[in-house]
Design a protein around this ligand. Structure first.
Ligand code: ATP
Ligand code: MG
Length: 414
């Protein structure tokens, strides 16, 4: 261990990357708000059982990826490995069943003990959208349209594909499970060790396996879409018709499943080929059984989560944020005036950078470095005339401006 290094799988988000993150989250938040989703924040940690019970005892997250510890009071605590279970817990804790439909947007850090690689971290960030209390497929259409809208606004339309599938209702899944197990039993010895365990507990998950041998077996497996009952077929047909009406393009992928136990009907994933093996950008589905599984009344739900780091890697340079005006005091005598003017201009709504030290040359270098739009040069002569020299950093033009009208003059840069 080196205490000067960040913990493996975590990293510091310095200002350039932070700007990209901010653009992703700002864009998502504004579009979610325009669809009527209110932002909420749940705690970063929960009692372990919030996740352990709901995510399924055999899911990768629960068996391998959770950061779980006993706190000083002896309670088992887990850093959130996803948003949905915590939001469902909040739905119950706050009696939100009285207020359905509940439409929420969330964002923040997520923790998973994974093997770190590009686009795969142990602390990463997600955007998350959930609708609780509405049976589908209307909210399913809406959350998918919202996801597509956000990805479009981030300029990613041509870089992602929406893959879509249905997991059907529990009756359909039960019938299918029997078929799938019968098929897989013949190929038991070709499955990975993990998948042999999955075969006992949740065989559908084998579709999600990254093991090549498993994937070869699954390529020939019977498909759930061929075992759907009528109600599940109607649901899926309505979903597809709704997406067509909303102008959202998709590609059917009958092998797409979700890794967690509580999903049914709609399952979707926006994937990309631009991030190497980390192809999943945004993923979600319907989880009608979740709230009941946690001890609440049956409550339908649908939602998705997207990885902020992966989105931030894919976007072009975000639009420039406010360029600063730099204040350049020349000589010691002008220092306190510089401070006074800097505060005056900041209160007037301008972005102002006041270097802490340096001569004229050094300060002008910094003005270029911070991409300043203008520099306010304060020499002793100008000060005596109650004026300053303002230089436009793009054109290089300079003019003397009375201090009293500095705000007016600089308003063009706001
Ligand atoms: P993967 O198949 O890549 O492991 P997942 O199915 O575990 O993804 P979800 O649980 O659906 O992912 O999480 C939603 C999104 O969060 C993913 O689509 C991805 O963009 C992002 N994500 C998941 N795990 C990580 C991670 N360890 N580091 C960075 N982003 C991640
Ligand atoms: Mg994963």
């Amino acid at each position: 261990m080196s205490s000067l290094q960040p913990v493996r799988g975590t990293h510091d988000i310095l200002s350039d990357e932070s700007r990209r993150h901010r653009w992703v989250s700002k864009t998502a938040r504004a579009i979610a708000a325009s669809y009527g989703y209110g932002e909420i924040a749940t705690p970063i940690f929960e009692f372990t059982e919030v996740f352990a019970r709901t995510l399924g005892e055999t899911s990768d997250i629960v068996t391998k990826e959770m950061y779980t510890f006993d706190d000083r009071g002896g309670d088992s605590i887990t850093l959130r490995p996803e948003f949905t279970a915590g939001i469902a817990r909040a739905f119950m804790s706050n009696g939100l069943a009285q207020q359905v439909p509940v439409k929420v947007f969330c964002q923040g850090p997520i923790f998973r003990y994974e093997r770190p690689q590009k686009g795969r971290l142990r602390q990463f960030h997600q955007l998350d959208v959930e609708v609780l209390g509405v049976p589908g497929p209307l909210p399913d259409i809406e959350v998918i349209a919202l996801a597509a809208h956000i990805l479009d606004a981030l300029g990613l339309r041509d870089k992602v594909v929406l893959e879509l599938n249905t997991l059907g209702d529990s009756e359909s899944r039960k019938a299918y499970r029997a078929k799938l197990v019968a098929y897989l039993n013949d190929f038991r010895d070709r499955l990975s060790e993990d998948s042999r365990v999955r075969l006992e507990r949740n065989p559908l998950r084998i579709f999600d396996s990254k093991d090549k041998g498993d994937q070869a077996v699954m390529a020939e497996a019977p498909l759930l879409v061929d075992t759907l009952n009528d109600a599940s077929k109607v649901f899926f047909d309505e979903l597809l018709a709704g997406l067509d009406a909303a102008g959202v393009a998709y590609r059917l992928n009958p092998r797409l499943v979700r890794g967690l136990d509580y999903y049914c009907h709609t399952a979707f994933e926006f994937t990309t080929e631009t991030l190497g093996s980390q192809g999943a950008v945004l993923a979600g589905g319907r989880y009608d059984g979740l709230v009941e599984m946690m001890g609440g009344r049956p409550t339908p739900g649908i939602g998705w989560a997207a990885g902020v780091e992966r989105l931030a890697m894919m976007i072009d340079e975000p639009p420039a944020e406010a360029r600063p005006v730099v204040m350049v005091p020349i000589g010691d005598e002008t220092r306190s005036l510089a401070l006074e003017l800097t505060q005056r201009l900041r209160h007037a709504g301008l972005t102002v950078d006041l270097g802490y030290s340096g001569n004229l040359g050094k300060r002008m270098k910094r003005a270029n470095k911070v991409n300043a739009c203008a520099a306010v040069l304060l020499g002793e002569d100008e000060m005596a005339r109650q004026a300053a020299t303002v230089r436009d950093m793009d054109s290089g033009e300079q003019s003397e401006v009375p201090l009293a009208s500095l705000e007016n003059h600089l308003a063009r840069y706001r």
